[in-house]
Write a protein that binds this ligand. Structure first.
Ligand code: IPM
Ligand code: MN
Length: 365
């Protein structure tokens, strides 16, 4: 019997729809290659959804996501001016993205910082630093910490405006993300970098206690501790020392963008947001409203998110690898899109949809 998977398709804003179209081309080839069936259910989500329906995460979209086997999500967000037209609570980040993460409790965010050796010229780092390529996995806790803590805004008795945001984690929240990270480290090079700030933050003190407890179950995995600010420097100076990194939500938000910088662009970073019951997949970058509709955005991060979904939600590992390989080959042949900064000769600039066509051709070949 043919396996059938329902995928909620949230195109999002800006370049979202155009890079999603390329992801669909890839899904179609995978259907033909593997014999599985994908049932794609499109639903509005983000800034455009707000203007069309009055809600950034409409009920109809929640239903589509609830019923799907996995969610494929494009980038969301508007230009500053457009964003200002929406009440703060309905802006796409607060009104759609964080509620999506909360709804499905997608606590484990995988952000691969991956640049094979032959693409090392995409990195702004000196050739001798990135020679051999970059390949590590950042694992970010995605539903706790400051981003989800209680917030308060008010005026002090002295008449000063103040804010209060809370950073909260309980041990179960910390343990589950660490278990994910140790499992990944065990499957890779058996070295885990634990990123923290225990010299200042109590949350990191508890975090590190749990690291020790979980580590006892993984005697084969070496744990290296690194303070978050030092980790930022180390990432720039020698990214090749890392294989798997794990950290809390805000540290991961910031350092994963640094990871994108190491690659030369966040456009080269897909991601997986894994929950206990449901997972969703999204590019790590924003919606790039400035280049939307021009056909110059690279669909790599969207197609890479498809590759991660094939592997992590559907267990189609060989198909996933084939998608990565296909993209690698397209770049390897010197093709690129105008948005990606890749100094070097022989770059043949093609459009978003041509890039997608090349990937599907490489997959079919
Ligand atoms: C990300 C984004 C989001 C985050 C924003 C859009 C809320 O920057 O996925 O990294 O901060 O988590
Ligand atoms: Mn971010």
């Amino acid at each position: 019997m043919t396996k059938k998977y329902t995928i909620a398709m949230l195109e999002g804003d800006g370049i979202g729809p155009e890079i999603m179209r390329e992801a669909v081309k890839v899904l179609n080839v995978i259907q033909t290659r593997s014999g599985v069936k994908f049932d794609l259910k499109y639903a509005p989500f983000g800034g455009k959804a707000y203007f069309d329906t009055g809600l950034a995460f409409p009920d109809e979209t929640k239903k589509v996501c609830d019923e799907a086997d996995a969610i494929l999500k494009g980038p969301i967000g508007l230009s500053h001016t457009e964003s200002e037209k929406i009440p703060v609570e309905q802006r796409p980040e607060r009104g759609a993205l964080l509620p999506l993460r909360r709804r499905y409790n997608t606590y484990a965010n995988f952000r691969p910082v991956y640049l094979p050796a032959e693409l090392a010229h995409f990195s702004p780092l000196k050739p001798h630093v990135v020679e051999g390529g970059i390949d590590f996995m950042m694992i970010r806790e995605l539903v706790g910490g400051l981003y989800f803590g209680a917030k308060e805004r008010g005026v002090t008795p002295e008449g000063l405006r103040y804010v209060k945001e809370t950073l909260e984690y309980d041990e179960a929240q910390i343990r589950r993300i660490l278990v994910v990270a140790f499992d990944v480290a065990r499957k890779r090079k058996k070295v885990l970098h634990n990123v923290h700030k225990s010299n200042v933050l109590m949350s990191s003190v508890l975090w590190n206690e749990i690291v020790e407890e979980v580590a006892a179950d993984y005697p084969d995995v070496a744990v290296k501790h690194m303070i978050v600010d030092a980790a930022a420097t180390a990432l720039c100076l020698n990214p090749r020392q890392f294989d798997v990194m794990v950290m809390e939500n805000m540290f991961g938000d910031i350092l994963s963008d640094l990871g994108g910088g190491l690659l030369g662009s966040l456009g080269l970073m897909p991601s997986a947001c894994i929950g206990a019951g449901k997972s969703y997949y999204e590019p790590s970058h924003g919606s790039a409203p400035d280049i939307a509709g021009k056909g110059i955005a690279n669909p790599y991060s969207m197609i890479g998110s498809v590759a991660m979904m094939l592997e992590m939600s559907f267990g189609l590992e060989a198909e996933s690898r084939a998608v990565w390989d296909a993209m690698r080959r397209v770049f390897g042949h010197g093709f690129t899109t105008a948005d990606l900064r890749a100094p070097g000769d022989n770059q043949r600039v093609i459009s978003t949809s041509e890039f997608g066509d090349h990937v599907t051709a490489a997959l079919t070949a």
